[in-house]
Write a protein that binds this ligand. Structure first.
Ligand code: FAD
Length: 486
């Protein structure tokens, strides 16, 4: 059977829009066309704000289109973790925010008539390790006390103990984003990467395609907002990578599930015009703990005869709450939204509303909860060294993954560290072996044919074009004297 090494969602056709070809001026510039950027553009235009969005490739083809795309407030051990690193009232508020976000997203789909294979799907949190039963009982109590209609399921066929909630959904994330893109296309520029920006008086001056965009507000919705302070996130978060497959099935079930055990298992079903699929995630690792990418894919492949396989990564924050809001406490003109702890369908949607309210100076009950400068406590601070050491560990072990791969050569050419991959036709693909973000070495992902940085998740294609950040630069080897694009 033919297997595609890419996300099932990326089969959807995505028409390229205009790019930036002249200087522009606006009130709000949004950088990044994933669920965060497009949701924010949508909310701002509903409120008649003069906003535009620039996307470096095509909207919707970033992290959002590699997710399992469950729209749910039953989020693995989120509430347990938030109670541990925060407190009960913060966990309650986060739960309320996620239940609201499910409704906001569903209402946008209905109101705008977006065809995106939306299906009601009850969410299940399960364990097959009865030593973990207390964790599930605790979550059950937490949800019950918060007024959620939650069922406790014992000794079922697939799980020993589980919780089940209703009013949750699954959808096709790219079809949804293409729906938003279609509504907002007049205000979107694709193939328009922002290279850097400065602030002059009351305006941001952003460099895009050799032109400048002048804007009063700047929103960085690039998944990993590296532009601002390269060290802002590495100390407050780590990157987690997971392996996912999609396989055709006869029937779908109206449930999605995730476990609290190791290895992580998460699944949902998907129905399009022609086929039914099971989308199945097996194993998640902090990126710095990835031992061998090929081995991780082999592990996934041992589960089913998949039609599609791919990997994806998200930012896990040290207190398990996203970072949405002001970069500098005293300045409401530079905003970010990231760190969704693998729950970006709800949080990316909610970010749109929060960022709109910050710009319009509206009240919003969640501004403080997600404030990137929220109070630190001892529990959180103890996690900072863990994340920082994780980065260091990845830097030290870079390249080890490939030592047994005869198609990869690490060497120096004209004093530059390079990595070379010889493809099936013996063609050499040479890249600079240094991620421009924090100078880590790269490992070759032979399944998706990308160069991956295990430190913070930047990814490059075979010839060094930057596909995913935090890096904002290519690592193309161009010859002897030129190179880093900076
Ligand atoms: C394995 C896995 C499974 C997941 N499953 C779920 C799930 O079931 N439910 C759920 O709610 N969440 C899930 N998530 C989380 C979710 O996918 C992410 O949190 C979310 O998609 C992030 O959206 P984003 O808009 O921030 O990023 P993206 O979708 O990556 O969008 C950022 C955009 O910015 C662009 N960009 C980057 N740099 C520049 C630049 N310099 N100039 C212009 N544009 C730029 C990129 O090209 C990209 O299009 C999952 C995550 C993972 C890793």
């Amino acid at each position: 059977m033919f297997m595609k090494n890419k996300s099932i969602w990326l089969d959807e056709k995505n028409k390229l829009l205009k790019k930036v070809t002249k200087d522009l001026e606006c009130d709000v510039l949004i950088v990044g066309g994933g669920i965060t950027g497009l949701s924010t553009l949508y909310q701002l235009h509903k409120n008649k704000v003069n906003a535009i969005l620039i996307e470096k490739n095509k909207c919707g083809e970033g992290i959002t289109s590699k997710s399992t795309a469950k729209i749910t407030y039953l989020q693995e051990k989120e509430y347990l973790n938030i109670r541990k690193f925060g407190n009960l009232s913060i966990a309650n508020k986060y739960l309320k925010s996620q239940m609201n976000a499910v409704n906001i997203l569903k209402n946008i789909i209905t109101k705008e008539n977006i065809v995106c294979d939306l299906l009601p799907s009850a969410s299940i949190l399960f364990t097959n390790d009865l030593n973990k039963k207390d964790i599930l009982f605790d979550e059950y109590k937490f949800l019950k006390n918060a007024g959620v209609n939650v069922e406790l399921l014992k000794e079922q066929k697939e799980f020993k103990l589980a919780l089940k909630v209703q009013n949750t959904y699954v959808f096709h994330p790219l079809k949804y984003l293409l729906g938003l893109k279609n509504i907002l296309q007049d205000y979107i520029y694709e193939n328009s990467p922002m290279k850097n920006f400065t602030k002059e008086k009351d305006f941001y001056i952003c460099n895009v395609n050799k032109h400048v965009i002048k804007s009063k507000y700047l929103i960085i919705a690039t998944h990993y907002p590296y532009f601002i302070y390269p060290l802002f996130l590495p100390f407050k978060s780590h990157v987690e990578t997971s392996y996912i497959g999609a396989i055709k099935v006869k029937e779908i079930q109206n449930v999605n599930a995730i476990n609290i055990d190791k290895p992580t298992i998460s699944y949902r079903y998907h129905r399009n015009q022609n086929n039914n699929y099971l989308i199945y995630l097996f194993n998640s690792y902090p990126s710095y703990n990835i031992k061998n990418i090929q081995y991780n894919f082999d592990d996934l492949l041992s589960k089913y005869n998949f039609n599609y396989i791919w990997s994806n990564k998200d930012i896990i924050t040290s207190d398990y709450i996203p970072l949405i809001g002001k970069v500098n406490q005293k300045d409401d003109t530079l905003l970010i939204a990231c760190g969704y702890n693998t729950w970006g369908m709800t949080n990316g949607t909610l970010a749109g509303v929060i960022l709109k309210d910050l710009i319009l100076k509206n009240e919003n009950e969640y501004i403080e909860l997600f404030n990137p400068h929220r109070d630190l406590n001892l529990n959180k601070i103890t996690r900072f060294p863990v994340d920082a050491c994780g980065s260091l560990k990845a830097i030290l072990k870079s390249n080890q993954d490939n030592v047994n791969n005869s198609k990869i050569i690490y060497t120096k050419i004209h004093n530059k560290d390079v990595a070379i991959y010889k493809d099936e036709n013996n063609k050499e693909h040479i890249v600079l072996n240094k991620c421009p973000h924090m100078k880590c070495g790269l490992v070759f992902n032979a399944v998706e044919k990308t160069w991956d940085c295990l430190c913070h998740g930047s990814r490059y294609d075979l010839d060094g074009k930057c596909l995913e950040g935090p890096s904002n630069y290519d690592i193309t080897y161009k010859g002897t004297d030129i190179n880093e694009e900076k």
